[in-house]
Design a protein around this ligand. Structure first.
Ligand SMILES: C[S@@+](CC[C@H](N)C(=O)[O-])C[C@H]1O[C@@H](n2cnc3c(N)ncnc32)[C@H](O)[C@@H]1O
Length: 229
């Protein structure tokens, strides 16, 4: 007998844990469809749209939906980002496993992204710094952010919604967001960012860019302070 649940890796498990109970979900760039299947099998979501820009992954997802008997709860749809998703179709949106630039592009596709009731669960594979800057500039408040280690790599998962009045900034926030260094994954995330900043600072030193060198040094200090809180 097959497993009643698809087994999610740590990264997608963390994304799934940020989804509210009893909501309608849209999993943007679903690929295999495991995230909505997992949540539907748990009874955590009412309904889901599993969308992808390509038909190949969606065929795969449809086969998985039948295998796990949740085709009535999860609908597949071809869509570039949220272009084919209606505002009233979902409460929580997961955009995982994509580059930060693509996530920003998707968040710019519809004005209703700024509906404060909507929750956006974002897991960038790159450019987390740029994504956080975009979120601040556009009034998105990070309700939760955690690091996770999956297959020996460390990732950030953030839960954001539109609430400009709640935003408060702190030094180093573009690098580590709201992640705390109180777990193995959190510590690994700080380490990764500090190593990256040290490389940038050394690069600035070698090319005699004093202002950049000082800025990176100040960011390193700010992050080290947070790390030791
Ligand atoms: C690496 S997979 C990630 C799958 C899953 N979300 C995860 O995190 O494991 C990226 C998926 O996003 C889809 N994708 C790429 N660009 C997209 C876009 N603009 N809109 C929707 N899906 C997209 C790809 O076809 C692919 O299936």
């Amino acid at each position: 007998m097959g497993c009643p649940f698809p087994k999610l890796g740590e990264r997608l498990q963390l994304c799934a844990s940020f989804v509210r109970s009893g909501v309608r979900l849209c999993d943007v760039g679903t690929d295999h469809g495991y995230l909505p299947i997992f949540l539907a099998k748990q009874g955590k979501i009412l309904y889901a749209v599993a969308s992808d820009i390509r038909s190949g992954p969606l065929q795969n997802a449809q086969e998985n939906l039948s295998r796990y008997h949740v085709s009535d709860l999860v609908e597949t749809r071809i869509s570039d980002g949220i272009l084919k998703i209606g505002e009233d179709e979902a409460d929580d949106f997961v955009i995982a496993g994509m580059g930060g630039e693509l996530i920003m592009k998707i968040l710019s596709q519809k004005s209703w992204v700024k509906n404060p009731q909507k929750h956006w669960i974002l897991q960038p594979m790159s450019k987390a710094f740029e994504l956080r800057a975009f979120l601040f500039e556009n009034g998105f408040f990070t309700q939760q952010e955690k690091a996770v280690i999956d297959d020996k790599k460390v990732y950030s998962v953030m839960l954001v919604s539109y609430a400009p009045e709640k935003i408060s900034r702190h030094p180093g926030d573009l690098y580590i967001g709201q992640i705390c260094a109180d777990s193995e994954a959190g510590k690994a995330y700080y380490q990764k960012e500090l190593e990256d900043l040290a490389k940038r600072r050394n690069g600035a030193m070698i090319s005699h860019k004093k202002a950049d060198e000082e800025r990176y040094a100040a960011e390193i200090l700010a992050i080290q302070k947070l790390e030791n809180l």
